[in-house]
Write a protein that binds this ligand. Structure first.
Ligand code: ADE
Ligand code: ZN
Length: 321
């Protein structure tokens, strides 16, 4: 099956995870900073904490507007080469040392890169601006107030990412920020059920009132909660290679994607951080299709879920389906 031309959206991907080794080498050279390891062995995928620390280091190299716009443009080009028709892209300002105190400038620079990419015929991308799991309730509210005042058309959603295991329970802490985001018309997603168990997913539903969940896979450990996702048709942005590489599951065969799909949960295939994980979206569809013996109709149904669960405008969605 041709996974490249399959109409699909990417709904769980971090801009921070889209720097290839040659991009990082060029940024480090520009900044006069040595690479921490050889270019061939650059990424640290030895668990989520080290992985996230490396993303911090990489994004800390990005100092100039042209570099940010270039990263956005390169992102759209990557989507184009994967046959992606629309992307919700997560950007967490806390990773970007030179930008997190000037988020409007950051969004403006990214918007410039995405706009240029669209002019060149690449698919549209919208930003899910993300809180870091360990931020305070006040910082979360401050971010939402900033986004609400800015009202930038490139920003579609509020998100939260980072290591659930290292930051404790975040549902109650971010509830007010998410309430204000909903009131301001921002869409809502959250990482949950990756480094937390099902309780993180329950909190995301109860406190953050999310419309979609990034990962969510560990909900499989709680049958009642699986039923709730089915009843409420809450979609999961699942990233199988990421979960396997970062040690959550042993392989594609033992990943819960198929069990969740068969239970009726709206599940989608995504890449999370394609550069460090050395994965493309068509390859990720192939991995899941091969592991689970999917026929064409199943592949199409999963791809359709990525579109319906995306935060794309309704007309754009309709044109993709
Ligand atoms: N940021 C980038 N990738 C992530 C992941 N897999 N989990 C949490 N935060 C992330
Ligand atoms: Zn993620």
């Amino acid at each position: 099956m041709d996974f490249l031309s399959l109409p699909k959206a990417e709904i769980h991907i971090h801009l921070e995870g889209c720097f290839d080794p040659e991009d990082i080498e060029a940024l480090a050279k520009d900044a006069g900073v040595p690479l921490p390891r050889s270019r061939e062995n650059l990424y640290d995928t030895s668990g989520l904490s080290n992985f996230l620390a490396f993303l911090d280091w990489t994004c800390g190299l990005v100092r100039f507007r042209e570099q940010l716009a270039g990263a956005a443009y390169a992102f759209s080009r990557r989507m184009h080469l994967s046959g992606v028709r629309y992307a919700d892209v997560i950007v967490n300002p806390t990773h970007w040392t030179h930008w997190h105190h000037r988020i409007p400038d950051m969004i403006d620079a990214l918007d410039g890169g995405f706009a240029e990419a669209e002019e060149d015929g690449f698919a549209p991308a919208k930003l899910c601006i993300s809180l870091l799991r360990k931020q305070t309730s006040e910082q979360a509210i401050e971010l939402v107030e900033l986004l609400t005042a800015l009202k930038h058309p490139r920003v579609v959603a509020l998100s939260v990412d980072g290591n659930e295991a290292a930051a404790g329970r975040t549902g109650p802490r971010f509830a007010e920020a998410y309430r204000r985001a909903a009131q301001a018309g921002l869409r809502r997603t959250a990482h949950a059920g990756e480094s937390s168990g099902p309780e993180g997913v329950r909190d995301a539903l109860d406190f953050l009132r999310v419309e979609r969940i990034d990962h969510g896979v560990r909900v499989i450990e709680d049958a009642e909660l699986v039923k709730r996702l089915v009843d409420e048709q809450i979609a999961l942005g699942i990233t199988p290679t990421s979960n396997i590489t970062l040690g959550l599951y042993g392989g594609y065969d033992s990943h819960p994607f198929e069990a969740l799909r068969k239970a009726g949960v709206p599940v989608s295939v995504n890449t999370d951080d394609p550069s460090p994980l050395s994965i493309s979206l068509p390859q990720e569809y192939a991995n899941m299709a091969n592991a689970n013996g999917w026929d064409k109709e199943t592949v199409r149904a999963v791809a359709r879920t990525s579109i319906t669960a995306s935060f794309a405008e309704p007309e754009l969605k309709a044109s993709m389906l």
